[in-house]
Ligand binder design. Structure first.
Ligand code: HPA
Length: 274
């Protein structure tokens, strides 16, 4: 008998198939203040999250949640306009449900972006960090509970959570575009409060270069399902304990918006080369 999760995925797929026969090979999930890439997609079909069985919906901004099918740099893609965070109260299973659906639509590569704070003192606001690895401090994992072996292994290997091949390709692309990129380790915190100076000191000590509140759940599920992941953090603020200054969401979004064209250009060229 199919698991509850598998049945829910099949329900969602059956509905999506009444709207489109698209078979995207690339999935895209964009972070806070980083939606511009979605505007560059030549749209074929747009589906409201609220129409898709079992899809999580945001109660405050349900009209923003859209699954967008189309082409980007000539490739078939599906993008989430609107993503879900653990701090909003969604479960890890809800946050990652769209990733599971993407896999069954044909997605083999997932591109994820996020806004993050710098822990590495060599980073500055506005930098782009290619994600090489992560540390999960969310205190939860989307794979907890009974495992459906038709979806992926019980104990997925995490030795390459972000594709080395895509990371190397992005470095080549960035150099050709004359865009400086950093490479580093992302640590995911629950939030929604930002971290204290002592927490930043701790996060730096355990090996993180940037801190944020997303991406890790989606990555874990994507890896479990055998997808390749390319992750990019936009460094929106500096989390250096000895010189810490207060920041606001408005500042984070302003920096994200400013640095966004660099990220969009890199992602587009990575897609083109796929
Ligand atoms: N912590 C600190 N700064 C940040 C974060 C975070 O989670 N996300 C973006 N900037």
């Amino acid at each position: 008998m199919a698991s509850k999760l598998r049945t829910e995925i099949d329900d969602a797929l059956r509905f999506i198939r009444t709207r489109t026969s698209a078979s995207p090979s690339i999935g895209i999930i964009l972070g806070t203040g980083l939606g511009a890439l979605v505007q560059e997609i030549e749209r074929e079909t747009v589906i409201d999250y609220g129409d898709i069985p079992h899809f999580p919906v945001s109660t405050v901004e349900s009209h923003h949640g859209k699954l967008i099918f189309g082409t980007l740099a000539g490739k078939n893609v599906v993008a989430m306009q609107g993503r879900f965070h653990f701090y909003e109260g969604y479960s890890m299973k809800q946050i990652t449900f769209p990733v599971r659906v993407m896999k069954f639509l044909g997605v083999e590569t997932l591109l994820i972006s996020n806004a993050a704070g710098a822990l590495n003192p060599a980073f500055v606001r506005g930098d782009i960090m290619l994600m090489a690895d992560h540390i999960n401090l969310l205190g939860d994992n989307p794979l907890i509970g009974p495992n459906d072996d038709t979806l992926g292994p019980r104990f997925p290997d995490m030795s390459e959570p972000y594709s080395n091949e895509l990371l190397e390709r992005a470095q080549v692309v960035a150099q050709a575009l004359n865009i400086k990129v950093q490479k580093g380790v992302y640590v995911a915190m629950q939030g929604p409060s930002l971290e204290t100076r002592s927490e930043y000191r701790f996060l730096r000590t355990i090996g993180a270069d940037a801190v944020g509140m997303s991406t890790v759940p989606e990555d874990i599920v994507a890896v479990q399902m055998g997808m390749k992941v390319f992750g990019v953090s936009i460094i929106t603020d500096e989390c250096f304990p000895d010189t810490l200054k207060p920041i606001t969401l408005e500042e984070v979004i302003a920096v994200a918006n400013k640095a966004e064209p660099k990220m969009t250009a890199i992602m587009k060229e990575v897609v083109r080369g796929m």
